[in-house]
Design a protein around this ligand. Structure first.
Ligand code: BV8
Length: 234
């Protein structure tokens, strides 16, 4: 472990599963109730804004009923105590990493608690229901606020910052993601090309398990605290 200084952690829906937030592709998956094309694309939003806005309004409201789990708390502890570089890149749109204490964090697929006004481009924290067509606090336009979420076919956020971190990391860790969605699913290959060690912690083998030097199968709430303790105790 001595030669590990810079770490990039990628998380997906699996890290929030033990907090009661449904994953996408599991048996009770979010997508089970909906076809992805019907709720997570710009075309879906144009075709049926009420369905899409309600889908995200419901998930935003649920955030008040869930708590961070030991995996979020362990990454918060790592953030506080790790002396080297750390970047936590989450695909998740919930706020559980923040509530678990993570600060060196970015949401590459956006956040449920952020709104984006298409009339003026303003982005800011949002609470409540977009389906009620609220007025934009910045420009006063009504009914143009959409979820500040990266849908399929849209460019994920802060890709340059992510690529820079991957190019200098000594360790890349993937937690709770199926490896089904790009560009996130390709990060492990980039990290390896730059010489990083790669570790996966997941309930089941992901689509990218082959690319990891090490895969630990199990629940994030158990594996992540163990891993952080091991790392911090050197
Ligand atoms: C882009 C926001 C380009 C919405 C999401 C063909 C090949 C390659 C790529 C493509 C292709 N065709 C199309 C593409 C591109 C596309 C893509 O990858 N499609 C896939 C389906 C093939 N990607 C895009 O469109 C991306 N944009 O490419 O832009 C571009 C270029 C120029 C200009 C403009 C654009 C945008 C992708 C982002 C889409 N938005 N989410 C929302 O949240 O509603 S993606 C969605 O899936 C989620 O964000 C999530 O993050 C992501 C991945 O899912 P996971 O997080 O992995 O969740 P999942 O349920 O799948 O898996 C959970 C895992 O956890 C499981 O493995 C399970 O075993 C494990 N688990 C469960 N419980 C536990 C656990 N592990 C540990 N402990 C537990 N307790």
């Amino acid at each position: 472990m001595a030669d590990i200084r810079n770490i990039v952690v990628l998380t997906g829906a699996g890290i929030s599963a033990e907090s009661g937030v449904p994953t996408f592709r599991g048996p009770d998956g979010l997508w089970e109730g909906h076809r992805v094309e019907d709720v997570a694309t710009p075309q879906a939003y144009a075709r049926d804004p009420d369905l899409v806005l309600d889908f995200y309004d419901q998930r935003r409201a649920k955030l008040h009923t869930v708590e961070p789990n030991p995996a979020h708390d362990a990454l918060g502890r790592l953030d506080a105590e790790w002396p080297g570089e750390l970047l936590i890149v989450t695909q998740n749109v919930d706020d559980l990493h923040e509530r678990g204490g993570a600060k060196r964090l970015l949401h590459m697929h956006g956040e449920l608690k952020s709104g984006w006004c298409l009339a003026c481009g303003d982005r800011r924290p949002f609470e409540g229901k977009m389906a009620e067509r609220p007025t934009c606090p910045a420009c006063g336009a009504r009914g143009h606020i959409r979820p500040d979420i990266v849908w399929f076919g849209e460019m994920p956020y802060q890709m340059e910052r992510i690529e820079a971190a991957l190019s200098t990391c000594d360790l890349f860790v993937s937690i709770g993601t199926s490896g089904a969605v790009y560009p996130a699913a390709g990060f492990v290959q980039s990290a390896r090309q730059f010489g990083a060690q790669t570790l996966e912690m997941n309930l089941d083998p992901s689509e990218g398990s082959f690319f990891f030097h090490e895969s630990r199968m199990g629940k994030a709430g158990e594996l992540v605290p163990e891993w952080v303790e091991g790392l911090l105790s050197g």
